[in-house]
Design a protein around this ligand. Sequence first.
Ligand SMILES: *Cc1c(COP(=O)(O)O)cnc(C)c1O
Length: 406
Amino acid sequence: MSADHAAVQRTDFDQFMVPNYAPAAFIPVRGEGARVWDQDGRELIDFGGGIAVNCLGHAHPALVKALTEQAQKLWHVSNVFTNEPALRLARKLVEATFAERVFFCNSGAEANEAAFKLARRYAHDVHGAEKFEIISAVNSFHGRTIFTVNVGGQPKYSDGFGPRPEGISHVPYNDLAALEAAISEKTCAVVLEPIQGESGVLPADKAYLEGARRLCDQYGALLIFDEVQTGVGRTGELYAYQYFGVTPDILSSAKGLGGGFPIGAILTTSAIASHFGVGVHGTTYGGNPLGCAVGSAVLDVVNTPQVLAGIKSRHQRFKSELERIGQQYGLFEKVRGAGLLIGAVLAPAWKGRAKDIQQAAEQDGVLVLQAGPDVIRLAPSLVISDAEMTEGLGRFERAAARLAKS
Ligand SMILES: *Cc1c(COP(=O)(O)O)cnc(C)c1O
């Protein structure tokens, strides 16, 4: 047997890999639509969607086609050249959004890193060296590089890595008075997730985002929306800024943009983009033909009135069924979120037990996510079928019933 096909198992993780994750006991090996199969052939319904990444489920024919066709043609040319898939995807993003310019990278953290660097550079060039402060929200998540993890508002992720980058502060989310008190002439950017994803699927109030927009304009700060989780159809609009009707200056996108292939992007105006002149920023793989070909195919499928409307109707079904299950078994206090980013907030009696519920669901054959210890999060395929929803919700209800009895 060649080394490529040697049998591997979950215990190999503990033996060979850095222990920064605690993966499930089973290993998924194949997926189709909203179903995955593990090494033993067990089938599971996937309501987690690779944490809001697999926006068209697994092995969507349009994405498989885009990737394999591009793989026969051209994988990488470096940024010494441009390439057709990058130009096509950039044009599509510009035509579909507020943006006039696009920068490609490979992940959400890289997109935010680029957004923060661009905001600092813009302020430096336009207003001078004193304007560099970034205001972000408590409990926000923006990635794991040193800069992005410190802009993020969760000390458990940023503590213990030596000196922090300067000029970052955090204000309570959805508290406009706190933002107003913190912002100043030294603020170069305010960064917000339109819905806080990792820390509990907590949507912004529309008035909060409108107020943040007004304060940024008043103080000459850029408004950055981290749409790594909320973007690419997740809310039922292409981007959540359209759902809320508040336009940022810079928007970061990743996760769903590649439907499972790594890609990230920032979207911005040409006036701001001009401050990333030749050589100011870059990345070897950003805008590579493979990722951009897949990203284009994702947008072609997602950004249609039918698919976007389908996300909103699926939201209604998930919300009402989860509310019913929540009431019947005393599990949930409320169900919140938008489109197919849904958070079921645990009732007081279940607080802290999201992991137990996730594990029980898995035993009954349905994958759900947690968002902190008190929220069950769903971020399924945006085109999940009625049958897959019925089956997955049925399995979830069986798990809930079993837990409630125990
Ligand atoms: C996942 C996520 C990130 C980080 O993206 P990576 O691709 O893991 O670097 C940043 N911001 C938000 C809102 C996210 O959900």
